[in-house]
Write a protein that binds this ligand. Sequence first.
Ligand code: ATP
Ligand code: MG
Length: 481
Amino acid sequence: MVMNMPNWLKQRAFLTPDRSALVFNERKWTFSQLFDETCRTADRLYSAGIQKGDYCGVLAANQPETVFTIYALQQIGATAVMLNSRLTTDEIAWQLHDAKAVYLLYDQEHTEKAQLIPSIQSLFITGIETVSTAAEVRHTFSLEETCSIMYTSGTTGRPKGVIQTYGNHYTSAVASALNLGLHSDDTWLCAVPLFHISGYSILMKSVLYGMEVHLMEKFNSKRVNQLLKSGDATMVSVVTAMLSGMLNELEGDYSSRLRCMLLGGGPAPVSILEACKAKRIPVFQTYGMTETASQIVTLAPEDSLGKLGSAGKPLFPCAVKIDGADEGEILVSGPNVTPGYLNRPDVNKQAFQDGWFRTGDIGRLDEDGFLYVLDRRSDLIISGGENIYPAEIESVLTGHPAILEAGVTGVPNDQWGSVPAAFYVNKQPVSEEELIDFCREKLARYKVPAYFVKVDALPRNAANKLLRRELAKQWSEQDED
Ligand code: ATP
Ligand code: MG
């Protein structure tokens, strides 16, 4: 059965033309204006030769023109291959090649980078001349159709191209609304990148809900705090590093209009959750990934105090189970889950089994069905037969006042097979003895790191995620010296 729906933005501009759609610094667009801008952009893209079914790389910053481009590709029926602008040109070239993209759309800021990418037709978005033929704006979207391709962050290996259908984005937005509710005066602050599912999904919510998005070019903790204090935004998506920067800067309280601080993307240290609790910040821990078109599990407000550290329960149309008696790999299912990775039949066969997607993360469900994400399967440390999760140790270490950030990995050990080693960046001097004592108070003996290594920075990927496999590599190289 092919499910068709009216073209989302066109329908939105028809239903609520005068509602505010987008705010960027001093500029504002209603849905009707947003649709007009989008159609003009679609005309340009069409003039350049982009047609229904084409795969187009998008290398662009959080700017209104990027929003128009994302919607314009949907109007034409072309697929957006969203590119992380922090990737190197080689990495971008690889993703474009892997996706078999025929065009690369770029903005002013990425001109130089785009021009270094070989064998692709690069188009400067705002520089394309419109010829008289207008793009055919589609009447309907099919839910099975591929809307976007987004590569995973590449934390555990080479990034994989995730197929995201219109149906995936639609269910993701609806599922989130069934959980968080819709308020007619909601504004979602988007300070996360549009090329990542966290940002792209805010746009899909906007058009489906008829909700205003306040777009920010780059995350800036002072500016975000200002907007949340003044009550200009009622919802905001953040990752841990953003939230910890915001908490460090925060004087006073956020406005009572702030009703959801959606925290996802990685583990949330308990110290941060407790700081939010003390400040009465409505933080919603979520668990999700590129493959689930954003959140799939979220902690509802009424549970946020009782289940600190849990990522919550599945969203209404989704299900979660653990492959194992107690702890094990997290399996998820639901209409927001990708139909598969692009051109990766081998990986697909392994990852999708009996209607479930194997996430590669390890977790457990408590007696009430709340999910606790423990860590990535590939980062698990097995020490003398005991499972150790680096994230738990990192969470403890970042709770120490002298520690800014920490990364833990397993290193070979003759007696135990493997033992945890902690790499840390400090804010003030701290002795190894003090760190050991601190860990001993909070962790079972076998989890206390056997080694502490002070470093200037932790290895991170383009999504700013910790690369524990690089820590392990650093350790073995240091061992060889
Ligand atoms: P790759 O799949 O290429 O290794 P990645 O998994 O980091 O990259 P993303 O899709 O951006 O790429 O990230 C999703 C992952 O982030 C999840 O699978 C999980 O490991 C981690 N994550 C997300 N939310 C949470 C959470 N609440 N707690 C712990 N980990 C989380
Ligand atoms: Mg992943």
